[in-house]
Ligand binder design. Structure first.
Ligand SMILES: [Zn+2]
Length: 871
C-alpha cells in the first residue's frame, strides 16, 4: 500500500514526511476491493525498507519495484538524483525547471502504480553528460554524496539497490555517477565519522545490510517479475509497464508488457559482516518482522526492549486478521487489525517514555507511526470507510475564503463511532467548522462536515519548493519544507477523521481537492492551491535587437491574470534601462472575474547607438495597494496533478551585431514542440505551416522553410508531403531541417535529397567545446554575418545531438567539434545544393540557444535563412 501522511506529522526537517499525498481521488485497482484490502492486511506483519537509486525519472526497473512493494510488501523508496530537468521532451516545449516539474509529476504517477515512494536529491540535470567525472564535478561530489547519505540515514533501508554499476556500461555520465554514489553512500551512511554534522543534527549513522546492483543477462539473483499474481490479476512486470508508461514526455507512453515469465537480475555487491550464505532471496538473513523496527536504532535497542511484546502482539494480531480474511466479508478481519493498532499505539507511547536518546526515540516513533498508519488504512479498507474532502474551486488567493466539504462514507456493514472530523491548514489560517462534528455513522451511510477556511494575507503561494537563482546553478536551492527530498510540499489543506473501532481510535486523512476535469480530458481532481490575487508575465522573454545607429522600437506585452472573484484592477508599467523610453508610460487594466486574463501593450524605444549587451526590462503592476512582479504558468498531468510554476515578469533585450537579409519570410513546420519560431520572429516574419499548407499551399513564397525538432519523428503530414518540400528546394527554396532521432543505434534518414544516417551516439554535450569551421568559404559563414569563434561562446546546456555519422558526398560538412578527448564529429551541420536551392540538415541545439538569446546562434541562423539569397 502506498503510504499516506502520518496523522501526526513530525516537525523536523530530518524526518521522512512520508509520500506526498498526490494520489488521485480514485484508488487504482490494485489498492481497492479484495486486492487492495488483502494487500493492506498482508503488509501489516512486515517491516522491511528498501531504497532503490536512479539518476533520472525513467531509469527505474519498474517490475522490480512493483515486486518489492506489492509482493514483498517492503516500504520502498525510489530515490532519483535528478528530476530529469535536462531531458528531451516529446510532449511539449517545457525545458529546465518546467521539464523537471513535468517529470516529477510523471514519476509520481508511475510510483502510484509501482506502490513506492519517490524522492529526489537537489542536483539539477544539466543535460547529457558522457562522464561521471564531469557530472560529479558539476554537482559537487561531496555535496551530492552528503545528500544520498542523508537520505539513507533518514530512510534507514536494510537493502540498497543501485540501478547502475558506476561504470562506462551505464552510458550517461549521470547514470555512472548514481552508481558510484550508491556504492560510496552504502559505506559512508554507516560510518559515524562521515558527515558528522548530520549526526549532530539528530540523524544517527545507518548501515544498510546489503547492496545490490541491477545485473543483465541472467546474472545474479533473479526477481520473478513475470510471475502472475492471482490476487492482482497481472504480473508485477505488467503493472510496472503501466506505471512506466506514465513517462510520456520521454516517449514511453506506449510501454507495454504482456503476460509471460520474466526476471530482473540483481547482483549482490556488498554486505555487512553477519550476512552470508547463498543469497537465495533478497531478504536472506534480514529480519523483516515488526520487531526489526527496534533494530533501526542500533546500539540503543536495549532501551526500547519494553516495546518488543507489543510489537509481537501486533504481529500476532496481523496474522489473525489475514487468516480471518473473507473477500465477501472483509469486516471479519477488522477486530484483529484494530487490536494490532492498539498494540502499536501502546508501543508508540512506550517509545516516547523510554530512556532512549531523542534521535532514537524519534526514529522509532516515526517507524511506528508509519506502521500504525498501515493498520489504520487496513481497518478502514476492510470496513469500507472512505474520506473525501473537496472545495468548489481548485485555488484561492490570500484574503479569500474556501469552503471545504469533508465527507466520511461507511460503505460496509458495521457502524462506527466518530471521534473527530477536521480540516487542517497551515499556521495562521483560520478554519471554522460550520456544523457539529457527527457522532456516529451508520453502515451504508455517510456523514459530512463543512468548513470555512480563510486564507490569510501574506499566505505563501503554492509552488515547488525547489528553484534555481541563476542559469548557472547546478543544484536546486530549497525553500523551507518538511523534507527537501520529497516531490512536493505536503498538501496545503488536509481533512482528518478519527473513529472508534474495537477499542482503537482509527485515523485517516486525505488532501483537500477540487474537481477540475473537463469533457475532453475526463474527470480530474487537483490539490487545493494558493495563488496570488494577480499573476503578471511579460512577453517576449528575450528581445533581439541588432546594433544600429538609429533608434529602434520593440513591442512588449504584459499579461495580467486576476484571481479575485469580483475582478481586480490597477496600473502596470515597464521598468527600463536609463535613457530608454516607453509608450504608454503607464497602462491600466481591469478583470471582471476569477481566471480572466487581460493584456497591456507597450512599445519601448531603444536609443540610437545602444552598445552590445543585455538590458533588463521588467513589468510592475499595482493593484489594491500592492505591487506584483511575477506570474505563473500552469503545468499539469492528466488525471492527477496540477502545479503552478512561477517566474519573474522580466525579459531581457539582447543588443548585438546582427545583420538580416531584407524581406525574409520563413515557414515553420512544428515537430514535437519547441520555441524556435517565437525566437525567429525576433528577426524575421514567421508563418506556421499546417497540414493543408504542406499539401496544397504555395511554398514558393517562403525564402526559407524550417522544420522543428523531431518533426520527421512525429509529424506525419511532413513525411507525407516531403516530396513537395524537396521540389520547393529544387525550385530555389532553402529547407533547414533540425534534428531528428534514429531508432536504436543509427538509422538512415530517408527524407533528404541524398542519403545520410543519423547516429544516436554522436553528440557534443559540453557546451564550451570548441567548434571548427570546415568550409570557411561557405556563405553560411559570411553572409550577411561574418561568423567567428566568438559566435560559439555563451552557448547553453550542450552543442548538439543525434548528428549524422555518414552522408552522401554531395553534402558538405560545415562544422566540426567534439567533447573533450573524443574524435571530431562533422555530421552536425550538412549543406547541399539541390536544384536551384539549398538543403541544410542541422543537429546543433538551436531550440536551446535561440530561446536563450545566444547572439552567435542568431547570427548563424540568420545566415542559414538567407542562404537562398546568395544565388
Ligand atoms: Zn537516465
Amino acid at each position: 500500500m502506498k503510504k499516506l501522511g502520518c496523522t501526526v506529522l513530525l516537525a523536523l526537517a530530518l524526518s521522512i514526511s512520508s509520500a506526498a499525498d498526490n494520489r488521485n481521488v480514485y484508488p487504482i485497482a490494485e489498492e481497492r476491493g479484495t486486492a487492495g484490502t488483502l494487500a493492506a492486511l498482508e503488509a501489516l506483519p512486515v517491516h522491511v525498507r528498501v531504497l532503490y537509486t536512479i539518476a533520472h525519472p525513467d531509469d527505474e526497473g519498474a517490475g522490480t519495484l512493483v515486486w518489492l512493494a506489492r509482493k514483498a510488501h517492503a516500504d520502498t523508496a525510489l530515490f532519483s538524483l535528478t528530476r530529469g530537468d535536462g531531458g528531451q521532451n516529446v510532449l511539449g516545449s517545457e525545458k529546465y525547471e518546467a521539464m523537471g516539474l513535468v517529470r516529477t509529476g510523471e514519476l509520481l504517477e508511475a510510483c502510484r502504480l509501482y506502490g513506492v515512494e519517490p524522492y529526489f536529491s537537489t542536483v539539477f540535470e544539466f543535460g547529457f553528460s558522457k562522464s561521471a567525472a564531469e557530472t560529479l564535478e558539476k554537482w559537487g561530489h561531496e555535496a551530492t554524496l552528503e545528500e544520498v547519505v542523508r537520505f539513507i540515514r533518514m530512510w534507514r533501508p536494510q537493502v540498497l539497490i543501485s540501478r547502475f554499476q558506476g561504470t562506462g556500461g551505464d552510458g550517461h555520465g549521470h547514470h555512472q555517477a548514481a552508481g558510484i554514489l550508491s556504492v560510496e553512500a552504502f559505506r559512508a551512511a554507516g560510518d559515524p565519522a562521515k558527515f558528522p554534522r548530520q549526526i549532530e543534527e539528530g540523524l544517527p549513522a545507518w548501515q544498510p545490510q546489503k547492496l545490490y546492483e541491477s545485473a543483465r543477462g541472467g546474472a545474479g539473483l533473479q526477481i520473478p517479475v513475470g510471475d502472475y499474481d492471482p490476487v492482482l490479476g497481472r504480473s508485477y512486470r505488467e503493472i510496472g509497464a503501466q506505471g512506466y508508461s506514465k513517462h510520456r514526455s520521454q516517449g514511453n507512453g506506449a510501454a507495454l508488457a504482456l503476460p509471460g515469465q520474466a526476471y530482473d537480475g540483481l547482483k549482490l555487491v556488498q554486505t555487512v559482516p553477519g550476512i552470508t550464505g547463498s543469497d537465495q532471496s533478497l531478504f536472506d538473513g534480514i529480519d523483516t518482522s515488526l520487531t526489526s523496527i527496534l533494530d533501526m536504532v542500533g546500539p540503543e535497542r536495549p532501551a526500547l526492549q519494553a516495546l518488543e511484546p507489543e510489537l509481537k502482539a501486533a504481529a500476532q494480531a496481523a496474522a489473525e486478521a489475514i487468516s480471518a480474511f473473507d473477500p465477501k466479508h472483509p469486516e471479519k478481519s477488522t477486530p484483529a487489525a484494530a487490536r494490532g493498532a492498539g498494540n502499536l499505539a501502546q508501543a508508540l507511547a512506550l517509545a516516547e517514555r523510554s530512556s532512549a536518546s531523542k534521535p532514537a526515540r524519534k526514529i522509532v516513533a516515526e517507524a511506528l507511526r508509519r506502521k500504525l498508519h498501515d493498520f489504520h488504512e487496513a481497518v478502514s479498507a476492510a470496513l469500507g470507510i472512505r474520506l473525501i474532502a473537496t472545495t468548489e474551486d481548485a485555488s484561492g488567493a490570500p484574503g479569500q475564503k474556501a469552503e471545504v466539504n469533508a465527507v466520511l462514507f461507511d460503505r460496509g456493514t458495521l457502524p462506527v463511532i466518530m471521534k473527530s472530523l477536521q480540516v487542517t491548514a497551515p499556521e495562521g489560517w483560520a478554519v471554522a467548522a460550520e456544523s457539529q462534528a457527527p457522532a456516529q455513522v451508520e453502515a451504508g451511510k455517510s456523514v459530512q462536515r463543512r468548513f470555512s477556511v480563510e486564507i490569510p494575507q501574506g499566505a505563501a503561494v503554492t509552488e515547488p519548493f525547489w528553484y534555481r537563482e541563476s542559469r548557472d546553478d547546478t543544484r536546486y536551492r530549497t525553500r523551507p519544507t518538511p523534507n527537501i527530498f520529497a516531490p512536493f510540499d505536503p498538501p496545503v489543506l488536509k481533512a482528518e477523521a478519527g473513529y472508534d473501532f474495537g477499542g482503537a481510535e482509527i485515523r485517516i486523512s486525505e488532501p483537500v481537492r477540487a474537481q477540475a476535469g473537463d469533457p475532453l480530458r475526463g474527470s480530474d481532481f487537483v490539490d487545493f492551491q494558493v495563488v496570488p490575487p494577480l499573476s503578471v508575465s511579460l512577453n517576449p522573454d528575450i528581445a533581439i535587437v541588432p546594433l544600429s545607429a538609429a533608434k529602434q522600437t520593440r513591442e512588449f506585452q504584459v499579461s495580467l491574470l486576476g484571481n479575485e472573484p469580483s475582478g481586480i484592477s490597477g496600473s502596470v508599467q515597464l521598468e527600463l534601462p536609463a535613457g530608454w523610453s516607453v509608450e504608454p508610460p503607464e497602462g491600466s487594466f481591469s478583470t471582471a472575474r476569477k481566471g480572466e486574463s487581460v493584456k497591456v501593450r507597450f512599445r519601448i524605444s531603444i536609443p540610437a547607438g545602444t552598445k552590445t549587451g543585455n538590458y533588463p526590462v521588467s513589468a510592475l503592476a499595482r493593484a489594491g495597494g500592492r505591487e506584483y512582479r511575477r506570474g505563473y504558468k500552469v503545468i499539469s498531468y492528466p488525471e492527477n496533478w496540477t502545479r503552478n510554476l512561477y517566474s519573474p515578469a522580466s525579459s531581457s533585450v539582447e543588443v548585438f551585431d546582427l545583420k538580416i537579409a531584407p524581406q525574409l519570410t520563413v515557414g515553420y513546420v512544428m515537430g514535437s514542440g519547441d520555441e524556435v519560431p517565437r525566437a525567429l520572429e525576433q528577426m524575421v516574419k514567421v508563418e506556421m505551416l499546417s497540414a493543408n499548407d504542406l499539401a496544397f499551399g504555395d511554398l514558393g513564397r517562403f525564402t526559407a522553410i524550417v522544420t522543428g525538432i523531431r518533426a520527421y519523428n512525429v509529424n506525419n503530414d511532413l513525411k507525407t508531403n516531403n516530396q513537395r518540400l524537396l521540389r520547393y528546394v529544387e525550385q530555389g527554396g532553402t529547407l533547414i531541417v533540425q534534428y531528428n532521432t534514429p531508432g536504436r543505434g543509427s538509422s538512415p534518414f530517408p527524407y533528404g535529397p541524398y542519403p545520410m544516417t543519423i547516429s544516436a551516439e554522436d553528440r557534443i554535450t559540453v557546451e564550451e567545446s570548441p567548434l571548427r569551421i570546415l568550409d570557411p568559404q561557405n556563405p553560411v559563414f559570411s553572409t550577411p554575418n561574418k561568423i567567428t569563434e566568438a559566435d560559439f561562446g555563451g552557448w547553453v546546456q550542450e552543442r548538439g545531438l543525434y548528428f549524422m555519422n555518414s552522408w552522401d558526398p554531395k553534402y558538405t560538412a560545415l562544422l566540426s567539434g567534439s567533447d573533450p578527448g573524443e574524435p571530431p564529429k562533422n555530421g552536425g551541420m550538412l549543406i547541399t545544393r539541390y536544384g536551384k536551392g539549398y538543403y541544410i540538415y542541422t543537429s546543433y541545439v538551436w531550440f536551446r540557444e535561440l530561446p536563450a538569446g545566444v547572439p552567435g546562434a542568431f547570427r548563424l541562423f540568420a545566415n542559414m535563412l538567407s542562404a537562398g539569397r546568395n544565388n
